[in-house]
Design a protein around this ligand. Sequence first.
Ligand code: HEM
Length: 506
Amino acid sequence: MLTLTLLTIPFLLYAGLKLYEIYSVRRIYRVGGVGEPYLQTLGIFSMLKTYITTGTEETTTKQLENYKKFGRQTGIYHTFFGPFNYINLTDPEAQKKVMTNSKLFPKFQLTYSENSSPSYRFFGKNLAFMEGEEWQRNRHFFYPISYNVEKFYDTFETHIKNCVTKWDEQFDKQRQDKPVTVYAQHDLTKLFLDILGETVLGVKFNAKDDQIAGVIESYRFFAENLFQPVRAFIPILNKLPTKYNKQVEMHVKRFDGFLYSIIEEARHTIQTGVDKNSILDLIILDEKNLAPTNKQIRDAVVTAIINGHDTTSSAVGFGLYSLAKHQHIQQKLYEELCTITIHNDLSEPMSGSESADFYDQLIQLKYLDWFFKENIRMYPPSGSVLPREAAKDTVLCDYFIPKGTMINVSIISPCHSDAYFGDDVDEFKPERWSDSGNIPEYAYKPFGSGSRKCPGYRFSMIEQKLFFYTVLKKYKIELEKGYQFESFSKFLNHMPYDFKIILTKR
Ligand code: HEM
């Protein structure tokens, strides 16, 4: 009897889920054109597996394969997000329709709310999830990041210098100029967090200080556990007196205690006429226009750090990988970097006019720009923009989409489609950007598009270009012998896994 029950329960569960899958797929059907009456689906079990293994290399690789496969075929396919229908949109025209109509396709909210996600307590209200007037108001906080990047050049230089000095010390230790191996991805993750600590908060995250070490520990606790799908669907789990929930409480308390004291201190020092030129200071200084509360400021600065951190370290990690793998591209880029007439080895601060001249030249370098674009085409740090939701029944790619359907707008899929990038789509080829006029507008959007385009675009682009300049002027880089490329996923971002490079001094 017991055996029979034990066999029947999983069977009923399986049958129930399968029926639900069939019902869900049938709700989305073709209303125009010619082709299959229903969408291809990855199926409910495929997605259940993804939730369990989310963040592992296997899931990331599988996701990329699906995006590539279906992206080349239909432009749209179906899957599940828990109990929700989930449409993966890979066709740029249909993506444009979704991304340019925020009334019909607002951001999907369920995955991120106070009840559904422990991370919400930590990350607060992230601009990327806001809509309407609230979004418009909060987007103002990010103006300094978009339009005042020059203010942060010194900070970029200081921290990039710290990173390469640490690498140089490895040469000093061996007392000769033999090549050295460095843990690139580890060092990049630290570097770009240090930059954000200082530009956003005016705090030196690399300082040897117990309080800061604790705050960074709390940040990492959440950054590494950002996506908790099971907790999103069973919110009661967030209320139980478990070890994990107690840790959440402790980390939120520690992080908030620190942030609110920094905000109070910034308000005070600005009143006394001193400011650290951080984004936090700029938000407070614009008080007349914005009149932000401490909670709004807190959420804005946390958003800047979390949105700007893994994205940039992922892009630079893949960039180093590609340069090490394609030596001819590295050589070409190096030669172009040598044409900059201002010598900037970061050892001495530059004068104001030298600095302006240097960055003008850096930003205008053609091959560096093509390399930057090609790198994030091949490896877009965010595989998709944040999911949208159909606010009404609608039609996409000739299929009827019922109200409430969650829509995933893929960034990576059109970037890997031969339909938009030609037969050599799988090659890393910066030269393709010498003539990019034929690429449809929405086929290439690693920083999003339209009014929701990433406000950190320029900030990250200059950080990255300065980093590649500094590293390539100093070192020739290679991959370790036998290195097999692997990447792993951190929520929406993925990056090279256990990635080391070999440096030889030039
Ligand atoms: C390689 C680096 C980066 C990439 C690839 C990237 C990618 C993106 C993408 C694709 C979006 C659009 C999301 C959507 O439409 O749902 C976005 C939005 C956003 N990004 Fe970035 N980002 C990067 C760096 C940064 C940096 C450095 C910051 C801040 C310091 C930042 C802050 C934001 C914010 C606040 C939003 C939300 C904008 C809004 O909804 O109005 N990002 N980013």
